[in-house]
Write a protein that binds this ligand. Structure first.
Ligand code: AGP
Length: 615
């Protein structure tokens, strides 16, 4: 997804802007650009491809120019939505008068009508983008008061935006605004940084303001944030918050890829999800952030979960947990389906939105739909201050730390762990006994150590991965808790190695997919010693009868499965919910080693973005 960074202060802006763009690269993009305000002259450079191309342009074009000394500016990484990834379509965009420069995240739905109106007034456009239209709309409404022009323009916009802009008539000022696309204000010493993602500004300051939808902020070089108001120009106050992680945790920390780092961070990340949240005496989870009495909990009669991608797979395990531990009817919805299919939401339904980024457009839209239908909507997010986190009545942060790699790893396992704790808490308000609760608390507490034990299998997993790296197809099959794990394992492999991998419920094979099995189609069968294992063994035999190579995940010490395959990934013995987490870690490693062996761009796979903030 697109990224924004803007700066106004005392230092050369271009250095801070380029460094910020590098921090935003992980979000996925195909072009970039920056504008610096040299006194009251706009200097803009844009480039297709990597940020390094832009950096080169800055050095070549501004070698000895005052632009390099300019101390305010805006910059952007673009992930093409309207128009191809070309220099003309890259941001920042400049209006016809040459006075206003703007960067924009989001989609303006009514940009065509606005463009036609502007063209009828003589405006010319050099790009295909909706963002250039917004820039000229502000210009059209600008009459010596840039703030007023921005407010009036944004009132005419339908759709989503996160913007930052400068105007050459007011070089001491920077303006930013948001609706549906995050904008964070970093408050420094005589400097202010605006970004769409905390990782682009956290090295300068941890004091931040998260704008809400329809907020507009005006920033002055020396005074910083001078005012925040809403679209009706009513002053609003937003609290200053402290970012709870530092840049170090967003760096690779010696690992070759962010993905590998984040896989190996899971013991700590999982610990963070339950630290201070378990009550072993009572055998329950505290989750004080939910601020809920048992009376409120027992009123909940159904849990409805919606999410996308990896978060959807975590949701599926959550459904099993709510049913198994709290006897609560639950169901999982693709967020994109939920938002459009006029869902049935009954009284006392709890709606759960699960999203690592907290910015996924379909999940955010599903939140709003569920609220419209009267549900209590909670959010399970990793990014503090994200839109979903702030638009849901209650929620639980994953505290997994920043997840930079596009492929979601620690977000999945921490989501599952939080869902398990919720089911524990709810279960103890229903039929889950204290002793069962205590046992589940102990299983939760043992998870970090079991993950460390799992991670010690990395070399064995790598060996198996190298043996199968050249196959262009792969099936993953599982049952019960291992079914969502099979889906997640397949998603990991396909999204970073580009192998056509599919996850199936093992019983589904004979309803069609088995037609595809042959020597060139290996099958990864999740044969852990949990419910469903006996049936999986039968499915493995079916696959072998079609000459498919079989890789097993199996519980350490399980002699019964040894003869089934030469390639077994041994998983430490654990209860079903924990085994699901451990097996996922194993499959994360498997897909990582295959992708690296295939020379793929593991952290920024082609066509993908870290946060899908558009439909
Ligand atoms: C998973 O590896 C992908 N990056 C993708 O499926 C992701 O899980 C999905 O886009 C949802 O993102 P979210 O959790 O930030 O909402």
């Amino acid at each position: 997804m697109c990224g924004i960074i803007a700066y106004i202060g005392q230092k050369p802006a271009h250095e801070i802007l380029i460094r910020g763009l590098h921090r935003l690269e992980y979000r996925g993009y195909d072009s970039s650009g920056l504008t610096v305000m040299d006194k009251n002259k706009i200097n803009t450079l844009r480039a297709v491809g990597k940020v390094d191309n832009l950096s080169e342009k800055v050095n070549d074009s501004w070698e000895s120019k005052p632009a390099k000394e300019a101390t305010s500016g805006i910059a952007h990484t673009r992930w093409a939505t309207h128009g191809l990834p070309t220099e003309e379509n890259a941001h920042p965009h400049t209006d016809n008068s040459g006075k206003i420069s703007l960067v924009h995240n989001g989609i303006i739905e009514n940009y065509q009508q606005l463009r036609s109106k502007l063209e009828s007034k003589g405006y010319k456009f050099y790009s295909e983008t909706d963002s250039e239209v917004l820039c000229n709309l502000i210009s059209e409404l600008y009459n010596e008061d840039i703030e007023e022009a921005v407010v009036q323009a944004l009132k005419m916009v339908e759709g989503t935006y996160g913007i930052a802009l400068v105007c050459s008539d007011e070089p001491e000022r920077l303006i930013a605004a948001r609706r549906g696309s995050p904008i964070i204000i970093g408050l420094g010493e005589k400097e202010t940084i605006v970004a769409s993602d905390v990782s682009a500004l956290v090295q300068y300051t941890k004091q931040v303001i998260y704008l809400n939808d329809n907020d507009i902020v005006t920033i002055n070089r020396d005074e910083g944030v001078t005012e925040i108001f809403d679209i009706t120009k009513t002053h609003v106050s937003r609290e200053v918050e402290e970012v709870d992680w530092d840049l170090g945790s967003a760096e690779k920390g010696g690992y070759e890829h962010y993905m590998l780092k984040e896989i190996f961070e899971q013991p700590e990340a999982i610990t963070n999800t339950f630290r201070g949240r378990l009550n072993l005496d009572e055998g329950t989870a505290i989750l004080s952030g939910l601020n809920l009495t048992p009376k409120k909990i027992v009123e909940i009669n159904r849990v409805l979960i919606f999410a996308c991608g990896t978060s959807l797979h975590a949701s599926m395990l959550g459904q099993y947990f709510f049913e198994d531990y709290a006897q609560l009817p639950s169901n999982v919805n693709h967020a994109a389906e939920f938002r459009y299919r006029n869902p049935i939401v009954e009284k006392h339904t709890l709606a759960l939105a699960i999203s690592q980024s907290g910015e996924t457009a379909d999940t955010l839209a599903a939140v709003r739909e569920a609220k419209r239908k009267g549900a209590d909507v909670w959010g399970l997010c990793n990014v503090v201050g994200s839109t979903i986190a702030r638009e849901t009545e209650r929620g639980i942060y994953l505290h997994a730390g920043p997840e930079i790699s596009v492929a979601s790893t620690k977000a999945f396992t921490t989501q599952v762990m939080v869902l398990l704790q919720m089911a524990l808490k709810f279960g103890r308000c229903h039929r889950l006994s204290r002793s069962e609760g205590v046992k589940l608390c102990q299983h939760i507490e043992s998870t970090p150590e079991l993950i460390r034990e799992m991670l010690k299998e990395a070399e064995n997993i790598k060996k198996i991965a190298l043996k199968y790296k050249d196959y262009d197809n792969c099936f993953y099959i599982g049952r019960g808790y291992m079914y969502p794990v099979a889906l997640e394992g397949a998603l990991k492999l396909k999204e970073i190695s580009y192998i056509h991998a599919e996850g199936y419920h093992a019983a589904e094979l004979k309803h069609g997919p088995i037609a595809l099995l042959e020597e060139s189609v290996p099958v990864i069968a999740l044969a852990n010693d949990v419910d469903g294992k006996d049936k999986i063994i039968g499915n493995v035999e079916e696959c072998k009868a079609r000459k498919s190579p079989v890789i097993l995940t199996a519980t350490k010490g399980d002699e019964e499965v040894k003869s089934l395959s030469d390639d077994i990934i041994w998983i430490p013995e654990a209860s079903a919910p924990i085994a699901a987490i451990l097996t996922t870690v194993a499959l994360q490693l498997y897909s990582y080693y295959v992708a690296v062996a295939r020379g793929c761009d593991v952290d920024q796979p082609r066509n993908l973005a870290k946060s899908v903030t558009v439909e």
